[in-house]
Write a protein that binds this ligand. Sequence first.
Ligand code: 5RP
Length: 218
Amino acid sequence: MTQDEMKKAVAIKALDFIENDTIVGVGTGSTVNHFIDALATIKNKITGAVSSSEESTKRLKEHGIEVFDLNSIDTLDVYIDGADEITKHMSMIKGGGAALTREKIVAAVSKRFICIADDSKQVEVLGTFPLPVEVIPMARSYVARELVKLGGDPVYRQGVITDNGNVILDVHNMSIIDPKGLENSINSIVGVVTNGLFAQRGADILVLGSAQGVEVIS
Ligand code: 5RP
């Protein structure tokens, strides 16, 4: 299987977690794009979706899936999203697609986070993938200096403005031994909207694609 075939296989498997007549939390990225396409095949069985990005909203609507405002919903049964890295403890780095803040918000409202990923995303220790941090534009340089104090090497993601009108700093060269602690520390820096560590609220289930097939890990 190619990497894209693995992404498609885990996306289709994620349909097993969707109950009839529910609103589904939908993440962002190339794996999720396959999931949205798969969701369209059962669109008459679901009520609709809550989306974590303008990109996913567009794709959902193109498939005729109704997209609800999160403010009109108390809880979601499941949130389906990809990851840039995931550990066996289900902590993740996310935000390669710059959608981390809305992803974290939708995940917070969801009872179960189902991560869909190919096995290139599995790591022992987080941090080889640069950690995205969403920052209020006027705080960019200040936040970058604070991230250096935490041991990182922040790089401004040129030309990218998030759906929330902010910028992204990608923090290189961090070996993340304490993901929950670092998630809190970075979020405490004034001007940070949030960071791409999903450790306080990690995944509950990993649907993992490999050359051998699809495995569900909980
Ligand atoms: C977007 C994300 C994505 O889930 C992450 O980047 C994985 O993307 P892909 O499925 O394309 O590999 O966090 O902000």
